[in-house]
Design a binder for this molecule. Structure first.
Ligand code: HEM
Length: 208
């Protein structure tokens, strides 16, 4: 019999790793240009403006909004059903499992705020282009905003990197505890590197 839940869950998993993972990497890469100063970041943002508007909008909707909405809505449904203490995992994995859920809830609130304020209101409704100068005054004008952005990025990075470990389990790529521990250690290493890059580019707005 066709098991819809199985396939929807697999799609949710693939969507998180591939589509949203790609968006996360692109985001960190573009934003890290801030470390090179206004010319570097504005240049990187300007490159995207070279893509014809209808294609860019199509990409934003098809490759970001639709996968994000699907992953977030079905993710909330999964999180509401969460059995937060699966006995088959060790102590650290229990914590990672719980953190995966907590970061998911935090991301729902953070992403609504972030996307509505910067993409929909600032860029879409007021027509103000996003630039180094705008972001610098946004973050340095209110350090609480900067702290919330750093926490939002840390949540997305942890959620994604821990997701690499659970993805490999879900898809049967890592079958035994040994390979699961190796992937888990590597993805936590990636998590630490991406968090440090985030701290570096966010910090650069305050020192330049
Ligand atoms: C917007 C709010 C989000 C919610 C509510 C959410 C929810 C969830 C939940 C509940 C899971 C666990 C699924 C399971 O146990 O089968 C999960 C897994 C995952 N999420 Fe998210 N998520 C969100 C955003 C994101 C973002 C922004 C990314 C990427 C940067 C992402 C990447 C992943 C990955 C890679 C997995 C692992 C898939 C797997 O275990 O097979 N998620 N998400």
């Amino acid at each position: 019999m066709f098991n819809t839940t199985f396939y929807v869950r697999r799609l949710h998993s693939l969507c998180g790793l591939v589509c949203l993972g790609a968006v996360l990497f692109e985001h960190i890469f573009t934003n890290s240009m801030a470390m090179g100063g206004p010319a570097a970041l504005n240049g990187a943002l300007g490159m995207m403006e070279l893509i014809p508007k209808p294609i860019f909008l199509g990409l934003e909707i098809g490759a970001i909004a639709v996968p994000l909405l699907f992953h977030a809505i079905y993710g909330v449904y999964i999180a509401l059903q969460a059995n937060n203490n699966p006995g088959r995992f060790g102590y650290v994995r229990n914590w990672c499992f719980a953190l995966q859920r907590w970061t998911a809830w935090f991301l729902v609130v953070f992403l609504i705020w972030h996307i509505f304020y910067l993409r929909i209101f600032t860029k879409g409704i007021t027509g103000t282009p996003i630039s180094y100068e705008l972001l610098q005054s946004y973050f340095t004008g209110n350090p609480i905003v900067a702290i919330l952005y750093i926490l939002g990025m840390f949540a997305a990075i942890f959620h994604f990197c821990n997701g690499i470990t659970t993805f490999c389990m879900t898809w049967g790529i890592t079958k035994g505890p040994r390979s699961q521990n190796v992937v888990s250690a590597l993805s936590m290493g990636l998590c630490a590197v991406l968090c440090l890059v985030t701290l570096a580019f966010m910090g650069s707005y305050f020192v330049m």
